[in-house]
Design a protein around this ligand. Structure first.
Ligand SMILES: OCN(O)CCCc1ccccc1
Ligand code: NI
Length: 184
């Protein structure tokens, strides 16, 4: 199982690399990596297991964060309507997005960042993502709200981008008038 010691922290060059596309259909090894990433999120959200293994709870994880420079991400969260988003995605990409932007009023964090970095992270309010599942089938996701934010955070990791790269240096809590705040 993935433990915190397996998660690389900022400063490690892999977090600033553009990760490699995964060959399709995915190999057993790649499927296993994705399963372990999804398992980490599940364990980290379980009160007993997260305490027992000292896991920082996470709603998403990207392969570069476990020092695997491949385009794979896992997401595990529930939106405020109770809809579950439990995904392991291969070669995800944004194929369309809104002009409007959104941001979490609480800011963002990252399992690879052991410090608080205050500020608003502006992201597209709505995104359509095309990806492949572990069976190699193509899937299309239309996301908004918290799911849209989380998926964009994970996709950034595949392109060597950290959440704080988006924070306005002059005014960290700057948000355009027409941006939509999300309280979570
Ligand atoms: O890359 C995933 N990760 O570092 C865990 C935190 C995920 C996350 C936290 C806040 C807003 C969006 C995404
Ligand atoms: Ni992160």
């Amino acid at each position: 199982m993935i433990l915190m010691k397996d998660i690389v922290r900022e400063g490690h060059e892999v977090l600033r690399e553009v990760a490699q596309e995964v060959q399709l259909p995915p190999s057993q090894e790649d499927i296993e990596i994705l399963n372990r990433m999804e398992e980490y999120l599940k364990n980290s959200q379980d009160d007993d297991l997260s305490e027992k293994y000292n896991l920082r709870p996470g709603v998403g994880l990207a392969a570069p964060q476990i020092n695997i420079s491949k385009r794979m991400i896992a997401v595990r969260l529930e939106d405020d309507n109770g809809k579950e988003y439990h995904y392991g995605l291969i070669n995800p990409k944004i194929i369309s997005h809104s002009v409007e932007k959104s941001y979490l009023t609480a800011g963002e964090g990252c399992l690879s960042v052991d410090r608080n970095v205050p500020g608003y992270v502006l992201r597209y309010s709505r995104v359509t993502i095309k990806a492949f599942d572990k069976h190699g089938s193509e899937i299309k996701l239309r996301l908004r709200g918290l799911p849209a934010i989380v998926f964009q955070h994970e996709l950034d990791h595949l392109n060597g981008i950290m959440f704080y790269d988006h924070i306005n240096k002059q005014d960290p809590f700057y948000a355009p008038e027409d941006a939509m705040p999300i309280d979570r």
